[in-house]
Write a protein that binds this ligand. Structure first.
Ligand code: ZN
Length: 157
């Protein structure tokens, strides 16, 4: 989650100092893809009023809500089996892969799975194909040497 120092940190949307706790919204890390337009909001602290005026503001809120619902412990249900994932070591979470609803990768956003059930996942090969194409088409860029999407492909493979 964003770290903000009131009367020192600046809102990236307007460039002004954040003074008022009541006019403040903190974003979690939203997507690992630095090329996604919403990556701008990852870990950001912004004025609520600026966010409301921003063209991507409602989308940023939409995906933040989805991310927090997906990561809630009671929602750690395996997409493949429908069973709760009890062992944290077996838990795979896809997160926000793309905010572009026209991308085939979009339907794989926020999936949660039990590692032990991967071999039974009907869309496994489709995911690998779609995600590999996304990388090949240079639509993904990682932050500081991480390989989040490639690691996910390798995990599922
Ligand atoms: Zn602002």
């Amino acid at each position: 989650m964003a770290i903000v120092i009131l009367s020192s940190s600046k809102c990236p949307l307007c460039g002004e100092i954040l003074h008022d706790e009541g006019d403040l919204l903190l974003f979690p890390p939203l997507t690992a893809n630095t090329m996604d337009p919403l990556h701008f909001f990852s870990d950001a602290a912004v004025h609520t009023t600026c966010l409301e005026k921003h063209p991507l503001g409602s989308q940023a809120r939409h995906y933040t809500d989805k991310a927090s619902k997906a990561s809630a412990p009671e929602n750690r249900i395996c997409h493949i089996t429908g069973e709760p994932i009890t062992n944290v070591d077996d838990y795979i979470s896809f997160g926000l892969l793309t905010s572009n609803a026209n991308e085939p990768l979009h339907r794989f956003n926020f999936l949660r799975m039990d590692r032990n059930s991967l071999s039974r996942w009907a869309d496994r090969l489709i995911f690998i194909e779609v995600a590999s194409a996304f990388l090949k088409e240079r639509k993904w860029n990682d932050y500081r040497g991480t390989k989040v999407l490639q690691d996910l492909i390798d995990e599922v493979r």
